[in-house]
Design a protein around this ligand. Structure first.
Ligand code: C2E
Ligand code: CA
Ligand code: CA
Ligand code: CA
Length: 276
């Protein structure tokens, strides 16, 4: 059985309906999906709340299978992790995200930065710094324009996490702790990590204006980030009242449906290009 509590586990387990046949089929299809051009990226804007200015995008992987239809990352990322395909998939995502940054530039859109998610299986194996270096060199993207998102639980569950984070920091890429607040980090440990950004998990944003407890956690994370000189971004911002609350409490960066859903690169260009 897989670890409980992993993102998407229940959805994943249900979709497998207890037998390995469907799973095996999906696994086989996933392995060929890159070559069949079925894997692509969607991009979600990250903005300054007060000005509406674009500060970057997060790259989110998508799979449109000819046989199975649209499959969500919460389904195929765990599958890719279990089968070892995640290394190839993760490297493809990284390469494609960096390539897109350069392509936007050529089309007149200077995207300040792109955030790319790292999976636990990519991270814990080590050697990410070498892979990232190679991708940056091959695409010509400057390191500071790439931000890697690593979840709090990945960091807490990887023995050499501190060294790996330092290695990535050394090559000049940015690091964000994703889903912050859900993983029980020790603050003493956090302080040692050369990260620049905390990403407040959507679960704490969801209940803003609905419950004082969740508001308290969001406010605590904002203050923690500030006291550690980190930038803090809220994920899953869907309503104007959430944005106003965040701004009032000192968090001026947000990502969520209020500002835009994840969309194709061309849509990002159409909406944000030509604005200087
Ligand atoms: P995540 O990194 O926490 O990404 C944010 C998820 O929240 C995305 O779901 C995004 O579409 C969704 N979201 C954004 N704004 C809102 C909002 O306002 N309301 C709601 N309800 N949802 C919002 P998505 O794209 O389905 O991705 C799910 C997860 O799959 C991601 O969570 C991440 O853990 C993983 N994932 C996605 N792409 C990659 C990838 O390239 N590599 C790896 N390793 N994991 C990925
Ligand atoms: Ca993320
Ligand atoms: Ca997240
Ligand atoms: Ca989250």
């Amino acid at each position: 059985a897989k670890a409980r509590g992993r993102n998407g586990y229940q959805f994943y387990a249900a979709s497998m309906s207890g037998d390995g046949v469907e799973r095996l089929r999906m696994e086989g299809l996933l392995r060929r999906a890159i070559d069949k051009n079925e894997i692509y990226l969607a991009y979600q804007p990250q903005v300054e709340i007060d000005t509406g200015r674009l500060t970057g995008v997060e790259a989110l992987v998508r799979w449109h299978s000819a046989e199975l239809g649209q499959i969500g990352p919460c389904q195929f990322i765990p599958l890719a992790e279990d089968t070892g395909f995640i290394g190839q998939l993760g490297q493809w995502v990284l390469q494609e995200a960096c390539r897109q940054m350069v392509a936007w530039e050529a089309q007149g859109l200077t995207m300040p930065k792109i955030a790319v998610n790292l999976s636990v299986r990519q991270f814990e194996r080590g050697g990410m710094a070498a892979i990232v270096t190679e991708v940056l060199e091959s695409t010509g993207l400057a390191p500071h324009r790439l931000q890697l998102e690593v979840t709090e639980s990945i960091i807490m569950n990887t023995g050499d996490a501190l060294q790996y984070v330092k290695d990535l920091h050394a090559i000049g890429v940015g690091l964000a702790i994703d889903d912050f607040g859900t993983g029980y980090s020790s603050l003493a440990y956090l302080k040692q990590l050369p990260v620049q950004t905390l990403k407040i998990d959507r679960s704490f944003i969801k209940d803003i204006s609905q419950g004082p407890d969740d508001e308290a956690i969001a406010v605590a994370i904002i203050q923690l980030g500030k006291s550690m000189n980190l930038s803090v971004i809220a994920e899953g911002v869907e309503r104007a009242d959430q944005a106003a609350f965040l701004l009032r409490h000192g968090c001026n960066l947000a990502q969520g449906y209020l500002y835009g859903k994840p969309v194709a690169a061309g849509e990002i260009l159409a909406r944000w290009g030509g604005q200087g």
